[in-house]
Design a protein around this ligand. Structure first.
Ligand code: SAJ
Length: 396
């Protein structure tokens, strides 16, 4: 039996995939409401294909509980927040889940950390905690790090088709756990040491952040002299060794805008490029605000309630608002302008801000400047409704 701890964006789809593939799975979360909803077939977030997968997993006997189970295999998919001031990881959820596992586990159990952690976390926090509890690593407990790689919006496909990394102290245990993931993963799984697994995960997200920062810097340069950044990136990317990403209103989500800080926090003297990229991406909501003000000035629009922001989610076709560029923009607007801007997002159902419109057409009727912050499919399908507006499209 596999006990998966933490039923959020990563733990839940992973638990369902294991159950679909025939493993006996118990998903554990401290949130009783969440556990009850999952038992009834109700999902906590939107994700393509997740409902169907949930049904299949329920049919295969997956159960959900607030209790940790006595078993041989644990997967920890708990939050790993970073502390804004120090730019370091806060391991409190990993450590508390680990302690609850140690309270109940079988001797020789494998504890697999899937949550993204800063390089060195296992050596610095996890091993000492296990030893403090009197367990011998490699005998009483096997420790592994198998960082997730799935992208919200395409999670189910990626769980099956993305290659994975498994970090272990001991190649035999690494290979055994690789066999477990091969139940649903059809791609290559690399077994390595834990430190390399930690580092490679953070490096992947940092690479993406730097690439997006480059695109955002190009967007600013192109705007200055009236060049079309999208056309320029499209042409440059036709070169077989160039692959520039797309500019936008900033980098949101809990991964790409967070993980590079782990490297900056731990290696402040060695991370000029990484820090600069972070600053460029973080500056984008302010840049968008500047452009909104330019349009207001140009068209003599003084009333901020004539501005409508489309999209609250951190990216297209998801309902997740964590670190969303729109929320960052709203924070800046609240500082500098009066309240009253309109906001609409077809995916974000619960009201995140007071001035959120519930109806798209009403929202459009009330505004003169439409700012597209997120390229949801919904807006692509409704372009005909917005032809008479001033449009600032940050997502092309
Ligand atoms: N963005 C751009 N331009 C682009 C692509 C994205 O501005 O060309 C923005 C998005 O709008 C969004 C942010 O970047 O605000 C991040 O979105 P994303 O789609 O790039 O990535 P995430 O955060 O949803 O998922 C990433 C993925 N990492 C990589 O692709 C290297 C995913 O595979 C990881 O599993 C996930 O982080 C994670 O959990 O770490």
């Amino acid at each position: 039996m596999i006990n998966i701890i933490g039923l959020g964006y990563i733990g839940l789809p992973t638990a369902l995939m294991f159950a679909k593939s025939g493993e006996v799975v118990v998903g554990t979360d401290y949130n009783t409401d969440l556990v009850n909803s999952l038992e009834k077939g109700i999902l906590p977030f939107e994700e393509e294909g997740l409902e169907e997968l949930h049904q299949k997993a329920l049919n295969n006997g997956i159960t959900f509980s607030t209790e940790y189970q006595k078993t041989h295999t644990y997967i920890l998919a708990v939050p790993t927040p970073y502390i804004k001031e120090s730019k370091k990881l806060d391991p409190k959820y990993v450590i508390s889940a680990l302690n609850s596992v140690l309270d109940v586990c079988d001797k020789g159990a494998s504890v697999i950390i899937e949550s993204t952690v800063s390089p060195g976390t296992v050596d610095k926090y996890v091993r000492p905690e296990i030893e403090r509890r009197g367990y011998v690593i490699g005998e009483d407990i096997h420790l592994l790090h198998a960082p997730e790689r799935i992208i919200p919006g395409n999670m189910i496909y990626e769980l099956e088709h993305n290659s994975r990394t498994i970090g272990a102290d001991n190649i035999e245990i690494g290979e055994k756990i690789k066999g477990l993931y091969l139940n649903f993963c059809k791609a290559d799984i690399v077994v390595t040491d834990i430190r390399s697994a930690e580092m490679s995960k953070v490096v992947e997200n940092t690479f993406r952040d730097i690439n997006i920062a480059f695109a955002n810097e190009l967007a600013k340069i192109c705007q200055m002299d009236n060049m079309d950044v999208y056309e320029i990136i499209r042409i440059a990317n036709m070169h077989p060794r160039v692959n520039i990403m797309q500019p936008g209103p900033g980098v949101g989500g809990h991964c790409i805008s967070v993980d590079p800080w782990f490297l900056v926090g731990d290696y402040p003297d060695l991370t000029n490029l990484i820090l600069t990229a972070r600053k460029i991406n973080d500056s984008m909501p302010k840049h968008v605000l500047g452009r909104i003000r330019d349009i207001m000035r140009e068209h003599n629009i003084k009333d901020i309630s004539k501005v409508g922001l489309y999209g609250l989610a951190y990216k297209e076709d998801v309902d997740d608002t964590r670190e969303s560029p729109t929320l960052q923009l709203l924070e800046r607007m609240d500082e500098h302008l009066a309240f009253g801007v309109k906001v609409f997002d077809p995916h974000v159902k619960n009201s995140v801000v007071d001035y959120q419109s519930a109806n798209f057409e009403e929202f459009l009727n009330e505004i003169e400047i439409l700012v597209i912050m997120v390229g949801h499919n919904h807006i692509k399908e409704n372009l005909n409704l917005i032809k008479s507006k001033h449009v600032l499209d940050t997502k092309n």
